[in-house]
Design a protein around this ligand. Structure first.
Ligand code: GRF
Length: 200
């Protein structure tokens, strides 16, 4: 059984979908802890499932590195097989990424390498593209630049605003994330091999 830590900042709708999937006894992964950089609404989903939570408030640390060191300490308590960034709106310091990559993955609401960064949905709208998408990647030390594990196109429709488009993308993100976690857990997807081949 693959053990998973999920890190969030917000509402945690992707977390919720993963929790619901993992509640199926047939699902080959279990969420062991949920962490956040703030008092995230998504904690409620973890609490509903009786899953422990921790918070490392970014604002209370003098630097990103010190915040990351505390996050690393918390993750070491749980020693998950995989860390999932599910709407964590912070860049992780290099030490933490180096310690966990390739066993750390992220979801992104765009078809990477198109529209990386914190405003992937807004940027796609501003660019006037006919389609954008959703991606799941291995986290590396760039901004949404790690090896792509899964992605799918999502159309931009007339009249879309950022919220409407994001709400159309999120179900696709959820499906891709659940599928990637399942494939990592079953061994169908070898993160180390994907990472190694990306570095060739
Ligand atoms: C997702 O689109 C994620 O990719 C982005 O923020 C959203 C998180 O939403 N970084 P939620 O907190 O899972 O509802």
């Amino acid at each position: 059984m693959l053990t998973v830590a999920v890190l969030i900042s917000g509402t945690g709708s992707n977390l919720r979908a993963l929790l619901d999937a993992a509640a199926d006894p047939e699902f080959p992964a279990r969420i062991v802890v949920v962490g956040a950089d703030r008092e995230a609404d998504g904690f409620a989903h973890a609490e509903e499932y009786g899953i422990p939570t921790f918070m490392v408030p970014f604002a209370q640390f003098a630097s990103r590195e010190e915040w990351g060191a505390e996050l690393a300490t918390q993750l070491d308590v749980w020693r998950p097989d995989l860390v999932v960034l599910s709407g964590l709106m912070r860049l992780l310091p290099a030490d933490l990424v180096d310690a966990w990559s390739p066993r750390i993955i992220n979801t992104h609401p765009a078809y990477l390498p198109e529209f990386p960064g914190a405003h992937g949905v807004r940027d796609a709208l501003a660019a006037g593209v006919a389609q954008t998408g959703a991606s799941v990647i291995i986290v590396d030390n760039g901004v949404d630049s790690g090896p792509i594990l899964a992605q799918e196109r999502v159309p931009v429709l007339p009249g879309d605003d950022e919220h409407a488009l994001h709400e159309r993308i999120k179900p696709v993100e959820r499906r891709l994330l659940i599928d990637v976690v399942r494939r990592v857990a079953t061994g169908d997807l070898d993160l180390a091999a994907v990472s190694a081949s990306a570095q060739l």
